[in-house]
Design a binder for this molecule. Sequence first.
Ligand code: ADP
Length: 445
Amino acid sequence: MFSKILIANRGEIALRIIRACHELDIEAVVVYSEADKDAPYLQLADESICIGPADSAKSYLNIPRIISAAEITDVEAIHPGYGFLAENIHFAEVCRECGITFIGPPVEAMQLLGDKIRARELAHKVGVPVVPGSDGALEKDSDALELANEMGYPVIIKAAAGGGGRGMRVVHNDINLRSAFSSASAEAKAAFGNGTVYLEKFIVEPRHVEVQIMADKKGNALHFYERDCSIQRRHQKMIEESPCPILDKRTREQLAEAALRIIKEARYDNAATVEFILDEEKEFYFIEANTRIQVEHPVTEMVTGHDLIKWQLKIAAGEPIKLSQRNIKHTGVAIECRINAEDPERDFAPSPGTITRYIPPGGPGVRIDTHVHQGWTVSPSYDSMIAKVIVHQKTRTEAIATMKRALREFVIEPIKTTIPVCLDILSHNLFVKSKIDTGFVERNF
Ligand code: ADP
């Protein structure tokens, strides 16, 4: 096992990783920007090192500074968390060249699965259904037009390098296709340095269901069941739960098995999420694989009792997973609500500022993953997610009741948060019946 690692991230996930390190007797070094210099989790780390100003390009995304911090502190490995450099192939390569273990998959597996077009091809090759769409990249808008007419609208244009919903456009007719093609490509080029796009049939009113995988360096790969992440706004997840309430046993097994086939074919190790969409007939289609730990990993931890960050650390250090699939049990129901510093009444505009009153919820079945506290200033420089509330109960009805009770207890003032909208969703009759799809939030709120 490692004796010292560096965490190349901030906020709740940095704190989450520090906690896992300490339970495994690993020293944790955390990097921070000037905007985060007062974060209390820096005190919990064994060492902390400033890597630049608030602007992420000059700090959390600055590879030379992070590598220098790793060298100065003499760590054996770097955990990238999620976001920032977590899926940056160049960063993983630099780590390898510097003799530092990247706590994530091998570079080759990142290259393969990080390119959504190559990942689609791989899924197809191993017999996993993919959404009907283009064979590889689309060169010109006229090719997109031809294919869209052949398949019929609506279609979705997606970026090969996409993430966070960027470079994605839903198109309903010929008139909008050309502009959507060029704007998706330009957005992807600006965000990822790669403007390659492809096209898929837009599945109407699907559910988003994803499978959590852990694989070790010896070729063992296990699934940790699925999460339903259909509560989304602008293709961004808001509420996640496990298990997916509408899956029958057979589909659940098929989904997990399909995810494992993709991961094994990619010669993957460490944590992965294989994402699918489920149509009205409950047919599933692969959409992408994420080569990192996900924001929503706690729901899986609650229902399986496994600490996924500890698994990431152990696997990266070369430990085999000495478990069989049968040993991974699923108990009860877990739900997570992402609490964002956003104003739902102003179209979810960011709501940064100082928190003057902060009272977190607690009690049975409640877990809070956050780095914020009374007096903390939410910076406009970073993602607006400031906390995650996770509940675990025996049944979905009880889990919803616990979540509503926890959210009502949660005081974060005076900034605006997504707590009220989460409460409205949880109280909605269709959510209670789980008659939801990825368009539910936009249609109803
Ligand atoms: P990103 O990597 O940018 O998050 P994804 O490929 O994971 O993009 O898609 C994000 C969300 O967009 C999905 O959860 C789903 O809601 C929606 N989506 C993606 N592809 C399709 C599709 N072909 N049909 C319908 N919805 C889709």
